[in-house]
Each structure stands twice: as structure tokens, then as C-alpha cells.
Design a protein around this ligand. Structure first.
Ligand code: PEP
Ligand code: MG
Length: 331
């Protein structure tokens, strides 16, 4: 099977009824860049910049950040790369970035992490913004902010980029050819203000790892809860479908970058609710490309509409039977 998936490298994933689906990879380290060619993915939909911070003994200096981002862009060539600004804090603690009180948190996943840290330690985001803007000189830069809960958090983060951009312009440095800003939808509250946010952003990426932990109030790292809630729950699928519907016609690009998209039935469900861009773990790319080629998008959309209007008792069982019947998955 692995060999069959490897043979899919040059396949441009398209549904049977002709819809091209974007399949990108999640990455974070220099070594991950090779996966772009190995998988033949459509780009990097999530570059987790905090990995460089996590493997480093000290705060990575600006030139080291710039070098990494430039190498990633060089390797990606014409394929797009979405850089997520640091998602540190919470359980991804850095010894060199201490809490003011030096204490641990009771709920780190809901604590001082990601953009919350970056906006408070503004210097951190300024340095990263400068590194990203310089690395993308003459090219397109896609920047994504994690764990945004309120539109003003996006505004503040973007203002830091604008400040660095103005500085570089004044220095007569070469600027990126275009800059696209986006957010991750991980905090359910943000879904209630998409109308406010939409005019400000170019894209939105649904981080299903954190989103499901917050929707179900279930710690994603607690093994006792790992089996309890299903990604195929109508709660999640209806939620994501509502986001898709709300943004319809807004011009905001929408995708999913959580682990959910790398699983076959889950990817099928996402296609059925209107998601056409996935960013997944490299090991799943062959499997998902294979799936896409077997799907009739119109048919799966109609099926999802039915299931979400009147959810079957066991969504997974219903979808499995449906997909086997059509030869989309083996039994
Ligand atoms: C997510 O939360 O779904 C996500 C992609 O980000 P991370 O897994 O890095 O938190
Ligand atoms: Mg996340």
C-alpha cells in the first residue's frame, strides 16, 4: 500500500466529478522540507514555527529565523507556504521564556500560549515578523496567527507586522511581493465573529486538534479521553459546515489543518461539508490523494446533507458502510 501511495506523488488530487482539492502538508523543521517533494503535496499549509524555538536552547536570533524561513521558501519554490507565528506557552514551555510569576498553569492548553504570549511579549513577535518579511523579500508571504479568539487579537498582531513592514520600507529593503494574513480557527468563540473578521483576512485555517478539544471540553493530550469523542460527531461537522457557510462569498479561503484531515472518513466528511483545502501530516498524503480520486463530490455532499439533517445513531458506521459500498474505502 505504501508503494501505491508513493506512486501517487505526481497525482493532482481531483474528485471524480472534476474538483481539484488542495492537499498540503504540515511541517515545522528543516528536515520536513524534503516531504514536500516526497509527497508531491500542493505546498505547506501549516509551518509550525515554534519547532525551531522548542529545539533551541535559547531564543532563536533573528538571523537564524530568517535563514530557516528563507530555506523553506526556497525549497517550496512555486508552492505556497503558510507560516504560523509561534504557538508556544501552555504545555510547550520554553525554559528561556519564563512566566512573570514563574509558576505552572492549571490549564495550560487554555492558558498563556500562542498569540496571547506573542502579543504580551511583543518583542518576540516583532523579531519574528521582521524575519518572515525579510525571508520573503520579492515573494509571497502567508502569515497565520494561532489561537485567535477575538478579532482585535488579529488586529494587534497584524499591526506588529505593519510596523516592521514600514521600517523595512523606510530602510529601502526589498519587501515581499504580496502578504496574505490569516488566522487559525481553534477557539469556538471566533466562529461567532467571522463577519467582523472576514474583511480583514485572506484565509482561515481550521485547527481541528485544538478546536475539538475546546468544543468538547476534552483535553487533547489526556489518553483517558482519546477515544471518547469522535471527529465524525455531528457536533464538529455541523460546526465546521456553519463556518464554511458563513464565509461563503466572503472571498476568505478556508481550509483544515488539524490531524482530522489526514484520516480517510474524516477527510470524506470534510469534503462533504465544503472543505476543499486540507493540510495534513506527510504520511497521510498518499492515502488522502487516493481517497479524493474515488469520490464524487456531488454525491458525498448530498449524503452529508442528509446525515447532518438527521444524524444516524452511529455516524462512523453509516459513513463506513456508505464508503465501502462505493469502493471508496476497502472493508
Ligand atoms: C490544531 O490545533 O489543529 C493545529 C493544527 O495546531 P497544533 O496541532 O499545532 O496545535
Ligand atoms: Mg493548535
Amino acid at each position: 500500500k505504501q508503494a501505491a501511495y508513493a506512486a501517487m506523488r505526481d497525482v493532482r488530487p481531483t474528485t471524480r466529478d472534476g474538483k481539484r482539492i488542495m492537499v498540503r502538508i504540515n511541517a515545522g523543521l528543516r528536515d520536513d522540507i524534503a516531504n514536500l517533494n516526497l509527497t508531491g503535496a500542493d505546498g505547506i499549509g501549516l509551518f509550525r514555527t515554534e519547532f525551531q524555538f522548542l529545539v533551541s536552547a535559547t531564543l532563536p536570533a533573528r538571523d537564524r529565523q530568517t535563514r530557516l524561513y528563507r530555506d523553506v521558501l526556497d525549497a517550496a519554490g512555486d508552492k505556497p507556504v503558510v507560516f504560523r507565528t509561534v504557538d508556544i506557552g501552555g504545555d510547550k514551555t520554553l525554559p528561556y521564556l519564563r512566566h512573570d510569576d514563574g509558576q505552572g498553569e492549571d490549564n495550560p492548553a487554555m492558558g498563556w500560549r500562542a498569540l496571547r504570549v506573542a502579543l504580551e511579549r511583543e518583542g518576540l513577535l516583532k523579531v519574528q515578523a521582521r524575519a518572515l518579511l525579510e525571508a520573503a523579500a520579492g515573494r509571497q508571504l502567508n502569515v497565520m496567527f494561532p489561537l485567535v479568539a477575538e478579532p482585535w487579537e488579529f488586529d494587534q498582531a497584524k499591526a506588529i507586522f505593519d510596523g516592521q513592514l514600514a521600517f523595512l520600507r523606510q530602510q529601502k529593503k526589498q519587501l515581499p511581493e504580496a502578504i496574505r494574513y490569516g488566522v487559525m480557527l481553534e477557539v469556538p468563540a471566533l466562529a461567532e465573529q467571522l463577519d467582523v473578521l472576514a474583511p480583514r483576512i485572506s484565509f482561515l485555517s481550521i485547527g481541528t486538534n485544538d478546536l475539538t478539544q475546546f468544543l468538547f471540553a476534552a483535553d487533547r493530550s489526556n489518553p483517558k479521553l482519546a477515544e471518547r469523542y469522535d471527529w465524525l460527531s455531528p457536533a464538529i461537522l455541523r460546526f465546521i459546515r456553519r463556518v464554511v457557510t458563513t464565509l461563503d462569498g466572503s472571498g476568505v479561503e478556508i481550509g483544515v489543518c488539524g490531524e482530522m484531515g489526514g484520516r480517510r472518513l474524516e477527510a470524506l466528511a470534510l469534503l462533504g461539508i465544503g472543505i476543499e483545502k486540507l493540510s495534513i501530516t506527510p504520511a497521510s498524503v498518499g492515502r488522502i490523494k487516493d481517497l479524493i480520486g474515488k469520490v464524487d463530490l456531488g454525491e458525498v455532499k448530498a449524503a452529508m446533507d442528509g446525515w447532518l439533517a438527521q444524524p444516524p445513531l452511529d455516524m462512523r458506521a453509516a459513513m463506513t458502510a456508505w464508503a465501502i459500498e462505493r469502493g471508496i474505502i476497502g472493508d
